[in-house]
Design a protein around this ligand. Structure first.
Ligand SMILES: [Zn+2]
Length: 123
């Protein structure tokens, strides 16, 4: 296991990862129904215009993608814990700080690589 994180910390991060995955899976399910193709049935939307409904659908889709991406990172983090690679940055190989792991246990990148990545991709 990563030598700078002790077993107790790994246990608690592991627990967090499992809880997070369960929460996100539930969210994915509810978002999947919100991202369904918009029905043209006036009854179904009442006073909501079709444009608004489409906008909500787009937002649901964007959230859905984010949730699915996070679940994917969580799965990878769980695999890394198994293979004892957990806690090291995917990009530079440095240790990811424990406060960062506690805040976002699925994070595959250290803080500086993450901010570089965010600078590089326009959002
Ligand atoms: Zn890094």
């Amino acid at each position: 296991m990563s030598d700078y994180i002790d077993d107790v910390q790994v246990e608690s991060l592991l627990l967090q990862l499992h809880q997070l995955r369960d929460e996100l899976s539930e969210e994915v399910e509810s978002l999947q129904s919100a991202a369904q193709p918009v029905l043209l049935d006036q009854q179904a939307f009442g006073r909501v215009s079709r444009g608004e409904a489409l906008q909500q659908q787009d937002m649901a889709k964007a959230n859905l993608n984010q949730c699915q991406e996070r679940i994917r990172q969580i799965e990878e983090a769980l695999l890394k814990i198994d293979s004892e690679d957990y806690g090291y940055c995917d990009a530079c190989g440095n240790q990811i700080s424990l406060p960062r792991l506690s805040a976002r246990p699925e994070s595959p990148l250290c803080l500086s690589c993450q901010s570089k990545k965010e600078d590089a991709s326009p959002s």
